[in-house]
Design a binder for this molecule. Structure first.
Ligand code: SF4
Ligand code: SF4
Length: 383
C-alpha cells in the first residue's frame, strides 16, 4: 500500500469546543450564484441567501446584511435559527447546502443522484495531525448509524463500508459496538497512512478497484464522515450546513472546535488564547493546506488551522535517494519532473496527474520544494 506515516505519536481527543459567533460573518459565493437577499435584510441562522445552481447558500449567523458583493457580510445579532424544508433526500441535500467536507467541496447531491452499489464512508482523516473526523465519529455515532441504515434501506446500495484507521482503539470500540454484521454495514480498518483518505486510494484499498475520474465508474460513492453527519442533520432534523468541526494545532496543543462558515482565523485563535503574532498559519492541513493570515476567512472546506513556528529549512542538492519517486501515490517521478522541467520530455512524465498531496516535498531529505515544482510543471503541460 503506497503512503507515508507522518505522525510519530498521535494523542487523540474527541472533545469539541464551540467557538462563539463573532460580530461579523463573511460568506463567500461563486460568480455563478444567484443571491436573493439584499442590503439591510434581516436573516436568521439557516436562511437561504441564494442558490449556486440548485445548491442553497446558507447564512451561518443571525443579523443584518451589510454588504452583498463580492461576499455577503452579516453584522450579527441575537441568534434565531430557521430550519429547511424538503420532500426527499436529494432536495434535503440541496436545500441544506451540503458540500463534501473532505476538501473536494463539491455539492453532495451531485454524487447521490447516481445509483451506486457501494457507499464508502471515509473515517480516514484526510490530513495528518487532524482529529476532527475522529471527534465527530465518536460523538455522533448513533446519528451516523441512523442515516447509514436509512440509505441502505432506501437507496440502491448493496453494502455500506466504513473505512477507519487501525491505530484508533476508541473509535474501533465505538464502531464494533454500534454496528452488527447483519446491518449490512461492513467495517474495514486500514493502516493510518497518508494520503489514504484520498478517494482514489480509499476505493482501491476497500473494494480493490481503480477508476479514471469518479468512483461511480466502479459503482461506488465515497463520503467523508462529517458530510454523512451533515446529511443526517439535513434529512432527519431539517438543519442546514453552516458549521463544521476543525482541529486547531500548535506546537504543543491540539483542540477540536466547532466553527461557523465565515469566521476569521484570529477569532478562533483568540478564543483559544493562542498567540498568533509572528507565527506561520496554515489553513486546511499541513500537507494540502494554504498559507493564511489572522484575517483569513474560514470556510466549510477547511479541516484545520495550524499555528506554528516559521522555520524555513534550507534547500540543498538532490542526493538521488529516490524517496520522492518511491512514495508518490500516483507513481510520478518528481525528481525527473524537476530535472526535465524545460525539456520537451516533460509531457511524458505526466505532471498533470499530481494530486497535490505534498508527500514528495515532505519526504525529500534535501528539502527541495518538489510539490511546487510539479505544480508549475502541471500548469506548463496544460498550457
Ligand atoms: S505532490 Fe504530486 S508529485 Fe508529489 S508525491 Fe504528491 S502526487 Fe506525487
Ligand atoms: S527525494 Fe529529494 S533528494 Fe531524494 S531523489 Fe527526490 S529530489 Fe532527490
Amino acid at each position: 500500500m503506497i503512503g507515508i506515516k507522518v505522525e510519530k505519536q498521535k494523542q487523540l481527543s474527541d472533545t469539541i469546543t464551540t467557538i462563539p459567533c463573532p460580530k461579523k460573518i463573511t460568506i463567500p459565493y461563486s460568480k455563478n450564484a444567484k443571491i436573493k437577499v439584499k442590503n439591510k435584510d434581516f436573516v436568521k441562522t439557516g436562511t437561504i441567501l441564494g442558490y449556486d445552481k440548485k445548491q442553497a447558500i446558507i447564512s451561518s449567523a443571525t443579523g443584518i446584511i451589510t454588504k452583498i458583493s463580492p461576499k455577503i457580510e452579516i453584522e450579527t445579532k441575537e441568534e434565531k435559527k430557521v430550519k429547511i424544508k424538503h420532500t426527499n433526500f436529494i432536495e434535503a441535500l440541496q436545500n441544506a447546502g451540503i458540500y463534501g467536507l473532505s476538501g473536494s467541496f463539491k455539492p453532495t447531491y451531485l454524487k447521490y443522484q447516481y445509483d451506486a452499489s457501494t457507499l464508502i464512508v471515509n473515517m480516514m482523516e484526510c490530513e495528518p495531525y487532524v482529529m476532527a473526523d475522529y471527534a465527530v465519529s465518536i460523538n455522533y455515532i448513533k446519528e451516523i448509524r441512523e442515516i447509514l441504515v436509512y440509505l441502505l434501506e432506501n437507496q440502491s446500495y448493496n453494502e455500506v463500508i466504513i473505512a477507519y484507521p487501525n491505530n484508533q482503539r476508541k473509535l474501533k470500540e465505538v464502531l464494533t459496538t454500534t454496528f452488527k454484521e447483519d446491518d449490512g454495514i461492513r467495517l474495514i480498518s486500514l493502516p493510518n497512512l497518508y494520503p489514504l483518505g484520498w478517494e482514489k486510494m480509499l476505493v482501491r484499498a476497500t473494494v480493490h478497484k481503480d477508476y479514471q475520474d469518479k468512483p461511480i465508474e466502479v459503482g461506488c460513492i465515497v463520503s467523508n464522515i462529517q458530510t454523512i453527519y451533515a446529511m443526517y442533520k439535513a434529512y432527519f432534523l431539517n438543519i442546514p450546513l453552516y458549521e463544521r468541526v476543525i482541529t486547531v494545532i500548535t506546537k504543543d496543543y491540539k483542540q477540536n472546535v466547532l466553527v461557523r462558515n465565515g469566521m476569521k482565523v484570529k477569532e478562533v485563535l483568540k478564543y483559544l488564547k493562542i498567540p498568533y503574532e509572528n507565527k506561520k498559519i496554515i489553513l486546511g492541513g499541513l500537507m494540502m493546506g494554504k498559507l493564511a493570515t489572522p484575517n483569513t476567512i474560514i470556510s466549510l472546506k477547511n479541516n484545520s488551522i495550524f499555528c506554528i513556528e516559521d522555520e524555513t529549512l534550507k534547500e540543498s542538492y538532490c542526493i538521488r535517494c529516490g524517496k520522492c519517486t518511491n512514495t508518490c501515490p500516483v507513481k510520478l517521478q518528481p525528481v525527473l519532473i524537476k530535472e526535465q522541467f524545460n525539456m520537451e520530455s516533460l509531457k511524458r512524465l505526466h505532471p498533470e496527474k499530481c494530486i497535490e498531496c505534498s508527500i514528495c516535498s515532505y519526504i525529500c531529505p534535501a528539502r527541495i520544494p518538489l510539490k511546487n515544482i510539479v505544480l508549475a510543471a502541471k500548469e506548463k503541460v496544460r498550457k
